[in-house]
Design a protein. Structure first.
Length: 639
């Protein structure tokens, strides 16, 4: 696991960027506290910061070159089947100088070229420079577990693990209006766009090949979701369960591969509990970690995590925080972001990652299961809507009531009202528009209203519509289907929100987070399953829960679905750090000339009142605050 950066110059002016490469690598120090390296060859410069997990000795440091010096690689990630690949390469006559997966990947590329990608089991983003051909090859893993940003102009091509490194390399710092508009709705910027004009993210399952100034992008992995094939899955349900158990056990075993201690996050939900149950078979006294809130019981799930830990015999620790203590993580977390990212649960993941990193360098997580097997409440809502019936009709008919009752995410009743209103609103839309509504935290109208009038046209124009169309392309308005929604969620929510969150928050604390559910065999298997194996009128993630029910405490299966959330509304109460208040002040908003001052004033008022709508207003204001902190630090240049 590492942070990587590089320069590939097309001209003499482009070579000047190499002088800034060391500074760029320094911005990635948190991703790799165990080592640093840089290599310049001709018009190319490569840099790395290393978190040593496999073969931690210095011989595996990067950049790594082959014996001839022709190929040089920087690499962020882990290849879990590297030992089997190493044996195959040795049988073909390859010799190795290190015990690292880095060298295995380098030699595999020498042998197979870009075709090597399909042999890799793991997550990665890497770049390989060929000094003989003067070419650069970059690739990103299947589902976007590891990030890769890039920028190209007439003189150079730049790449890095995080936006901070590209800014250190001198990319223009101009906010992309369409990206800001999407961010305000989603709380993140979906690939291939970034918050800066001209800077892109390499899409999951894609690669780039550069020769001269010509860049060729290719798709090396495509989504396996196919609703028509899934509808006729030939395996009987018991055999589906047996296959899921076998594949997931193999994936967990592979992700325990490391030369350093490995633990696991344990939220108390089904997904992380299943991972821990399997990992505990292979790791006696597995170290597990959970987070709870002492003064917000609605968000505290540590009692469920405790039950799982006791049943499985793990070495369990809890980080229990008051709202005041959680606030202490705000500034460090915000300082770790070089692109705005306002999924509020990131704050909890940051705190838990910092806690876990004091004992281990690697943890397993349950990320990915919701998107693969239908775990979100919106998946159940989509299923019920497509099935029709009396209940769905009643919820739609009573929307006049839901729209008037208090709604928020802070209590069971208010959250139900919120869900009913969103269900009724979505039921009136096309399948694509409904998907977008249920994927966002605020509507297009609400997000647009936050911007000043002169910003709105650029934000919501043709570019925005094209990006939105691509993100909803899995959905067929003529034939809506839940598996199509899961396909869209895998490409949008999973790769741009959930995986970005665990990468950023884990690596901010020198912690690698691995997701067994994202083994490509499991993803392919999940895509092959009919909807009936995933969701019915009363149960989400049906096959996952029924397959592992006997191995986990029964209490887990009687609890309502909740995400890994934080008491966001409560964070605004009491004393908020002076500099955060200043970011939302009239003077700052007016001088910035991006946001509509009256809308921001109204949000501040709603949050302070803590009445009906306060939770929703808190989320909207949090999204603004995260952007403001980023804008002041990275665009204005003051912390």
């Amino acid at each position: 696991m590492c942070g990587i950066a590089g320069v590939f110059a097309f001209s003499e002016p482009g070579v000047a960027a190499i002088a800034r490469l060391e500074a760029a690598a320094a911005t990635l120090a948190h991703r790799g506290p165990d080592g640093a390296g840089m290599l310049v060859k001709g018009r190319a410069g490569l840099a790395s910061r290393r978190l040593a997990v496999i073969a931690p000795g210095r011989e595996a440091d990067q950049p790594m070159s082959d014996a001839s010096g022709r190929y040089t690689m920087v690499y962020n990630g882990e290849v879990f089947n590297y030992q089997a690949l190493r044996r195959d390469l040795q049988a073909a006559g390859c010799e190795f100088r290190t015990a690292s997966d880095t060298e295995v990947l380098l030699q595999l590329y020498q042998k197979d070229g870009p075709d090597c990608l399909k042999k890799l089991k793991g997550f990665f983003a890497f770049a390989i420079y060929d000094a003989s051909e003067e070419t650069l090859f970059l690739a990103r893993d299947r589902y976007g577990e590891k990030p890769l940003y890039f920028y190209k102009d007439a003189d150079k091509f730049l790449f890095a693990s995080e936006l901070s490194a590209l800014m250190a390399l001198g990319v223009p710092r101009e906010v992309d209006a369409a990206s800001l508009y999407q961010y305000l709705q989603l709380t993140y910027v979906p690939a291939p766009a970034s918050m800066l004009q001209g800077v892109k993210k390499l899409l999951p399952g894609h690669s780039l090949h550069l020769k001269g100034s010509r860049v060729q992008e290719q798709v090396w992995h495509r989504s396996p979701f196919n609703s028509d094939k899934a509808a006729v899955n030939p395996l009987p349900y018991p055999q589906q369960q047996a296959k899921l158990k076998r594949l997931l056990d193999q994936a967990v075993q592979q992700r325990l591969t490391a030369d350093v201690p490995v633990g696991a996050f344990l939220s108390g939900g089904t997904d992380s509990s299943v991972v821990v149950a399997l990992a505990a078979r292979h790791t006696p006294r597995l170290r597990t970690f959970s987070l709870g809130f002492t003064d917000s019981p609605y968000f505290d799930e540590t009692n469920y995590a405790r039950l799982v830990a006791q049943k499985l015999g793990t070495d369990h620790t809890e980080l229990r925080l008051s709202t005041a203590q959680l606030r202490e993580y705000l500034l460090p977390m915000l300082n770790s972001l070089s692109e705005p990212f306002a999924d509020s649960s990131a704050l909890a993941v940051y705190a838990l990652s910092q806690h876990a990193s004091q004992q281990v360098k690697v943890v397993l997580s349950g990320d990915g299961a919701d998107e693969l097997f239908g775990g979100y409440n919106k998946h159940l809502a989509e299923y019920r809507l497509l099935q029709g019936g009396v209940e769905a009709g009643a919820v739609k008919a009573l929307d006049f009531l839901w729209s008037r009752l208090p709604s928020s995410r802070n209590s069971f009743f208010a959250n139900k009202v919120r869900q009913f209103h969103r269900f009724a609103t979505g039921a009136r839309l096309t399948a694509q528009e409904r998907y977008w509504l249920w994927a966002t935290w605020q509507s297009e109208q609400e997000a647009l209203a936050l911007l000043r009038p002169e910003q709105r046209l650029a934000a919501s124009g043709r570019l925005y519509r094209a990006r939105k169309g691509r993100l909803t392309s899995c959905i067929d308005n003529a034939r809506p289907d839940l598996n199509s929604v899961l396909c869209a969620d895998t490409q949008l929510v999973l790769s741009n929100d959930m995986l970005v969150k665990i990468d950023l928050m884990g690596m901010a604390n020198g912690l690698e987070i691995r997701s067994p559910f994202l083994d490509h065999k499991i993803v392919k298997f999940a895509a092959s399953l009919p909807v009936a194996s995933k969701v019915n009128m009363t149960l989400q993630k049906k096959i996952l829960k029924e397959t592992f029910r006997q191995e986990l405490p029964e209490e887990l299966f009687r609890r309502p679905k909740k995400g890994f959330e934080v008491p966001l509304a409560a964070l605004w109460r009491g004393e908020v750090q002076e500099q955060l208040r200043e970011l939302l002040s009239d003077d700052f908003i007016s001088g910035q000339a991006i946001f509509d001052l009256q809308e921001i004033r109204q949000l501040r008022k709603q949050v302070s009142a803590a009445g009906p709508g306060g939770s929703h207003a808190a989320t909207r204001l949090w999204t603004i605050l995260v952007f403001q902190f980023w804008w002041r630090k990275w665009i204005v240049g003051t912390v």
